[in-house]
Design a protein around this ligand. Structure first.
Ligand code: PLP
Length: 411
């Protein structure tokens, strides 16, 4: 029997390779940091991690994780409601809810799980989800798992409009039009990434919350690329947009700015979290977060609650990179987020340029279809508070050198 699918898989893999879409893993021989070494290679500066605040190998977080493991053990070997809850799990839920400004929170093994969990218990076939077309895969999957009617609005388009999208040739609607279309649903929920990971653009939560209030909808925001550093004190997109208390559900990850290990959370109004504890399937049927990660994440929250120094440094680094790259002639998608897409449009060019930059000591990745739309290939640079200004300048110089050679900017 295996012979049939084996042949089929070989053909599919070969097609993926031919299309230039095969994903190889580069193996890193050091801990995650601003400078890393790739197996078989030299030391390079890392500009493609989600290590926004440079906490992935922070000594205090490592010590807290070790101490938690010593005190609470290596693993829990249980889901939460059977025998997988220790007092640090409860404490982390309190602390993350405080940090995000919500009434309560519930932990998951990942934000992918949190997004997979959140929709199905709340929304049945008489309800509607109104979702941004560029939402993360985990939101898309979570929406698929629930029976609610799905309304997809054109990315970041708030208007009461239906028109042909010149990019796709398909009919697209704005958020307000989708809300009108969903007017007979029992419950409406707008779901959006807080920050979109391929573009670094920040959702317009002010308009989204205003429309939600006008059309009586709930608002769900995935703040994975925002928690810890977006907004004046790093609380996330809602802080950046000034919509405190108007977002009903926040999901986020511990796997990026908050130490970068793993784990996720749904932070929301009290009854929503309580109901999740009864009904959310990844919570009921998947293992609890390991004690070391709970300890490390608690320390990360303590550090970020005590000082904004890291998010301030990240902001300054981001400004430096964006300004210098723009002055050098690169086409950077405008914005303020540490995700800085260097637009190249051509798929091969994006990959060739990333390879050439690695030779120059800069580790970045080219993104092309299907991760981004066809003809919108780019190198996604991610800035970190772990970078020193000299390292940012070094990266800009490397981009400039390679960019001139490949004809991306003028010589
Ligand atoms: N949501 C967004 C917007 C993401 O970018 C990611 C990770 O890439 C996730 C969710 C998944 O997070 P986790 O790694 O915790 O599963």
């Amino acid at each position: 029997m295996y012979g049939l699918i084996k042949e089929e898989l070989r053909q599919k893999l070969s097609a993926i390779r031919t299309e230039g879409l095969y994903k190889d893993e580069r193996v890193i021989a050091t801990p995650q940091d601003a400078a890393i070494r790739v197996v078989g290679g030299k030391e390079v500066l890392n500009f493609c991690a989600n290590n926004y605040l440079g906490l992935a190998n922070n000594a205090e977080i490592r010590a807290a994780a070790e101490a938690a493991m010593e005190e609470w053990g290596y693993g829990m070997a249980s889901v939460r409601f059977i025998c997988g809850t220790q007092s640090p799990h409860k404490l982390l839920e309190r602390r993350i809810a405080e940090f995000l400004g919500t009434e309560d929170a519930i932990l998951f093994s990942s934000c992918f799980d949190a997004n997979g969990a959140v929709f199905e218990p709340l929304l049945d076939e008489n309800c509607a989800i109104i979702t941004d077309s560029l939402n993360h895969a985990s939101i898309i999957d979570g929406v698929r798992l629930c029976k609610a009617k799905r309304f997809v609005f054109k990315h970041a388009d708030m208007r009461d409009i239906e028109e042909t999208d010149p990019d796709t040739g398909k009919v697209a609607k704005g958020l307000e039009r989708c809300l009108k279309d969903a007017s007979d649903a029992r419950i409406r929920m707008i779901a959006t990434d807080g920050v979109f990971s391929m573009d670094g653009d920040i959702a317009d939560l002010k308009s989204i919350c205003a429309l939600a209030e006008k059309y009586d909808a709930l608002v769900m925001v995935d703040d994975s690329h925002a928690t810890g550093f977006t907004g004046a004190t790093g609380r996330g997109t809602w802080e950046h947009c000034g919509v405190k208390g108007r977002v009903d559900i926040i999901t986020t990850t511990f796997g990026k700015a908050l130490g970068g290990a793993s784990g996720g959370v749904i932070a929301a109004r009290k009854e929503i979290v309580e109901y999740m504890r009864q009904k959310a399937r990844p919570y009921l049927f998947s293992n609890t977060v390991a004690p070391s990660i709970v300890g490390g994440t608690l320390k990360a929250l303590e550090l970020l609650s005590a000082s904004t120094a890291l998010r301030d440094k990240l902001e300054a680094n981001t400004r430096r990179f964006r300004e210098k790259m723009t002055a050098a002639g690169f086409d950077i998608r405008p914005g303020v987020h540490p995700i800085c897409p260097v637009m190249l449009y051509d798929e091969k060019l994006a990959h060739d340029m990333a390879d050439a930059l690695l030779e120059e000591g800069i580790y970045v990745i080219g993104f092309s279809f299907p991760v981004v739309p066809r003809g919108k290939a780019r190198i996604r640079v991610q800035i970190s508070a772990a970078h020193e200004p000299g390292q940012i300048d070094f990266a800009v110089e490397a981009f400039t050198k390679v960019g001139r050679r490949l004809g991306v900017i003028k010589a």
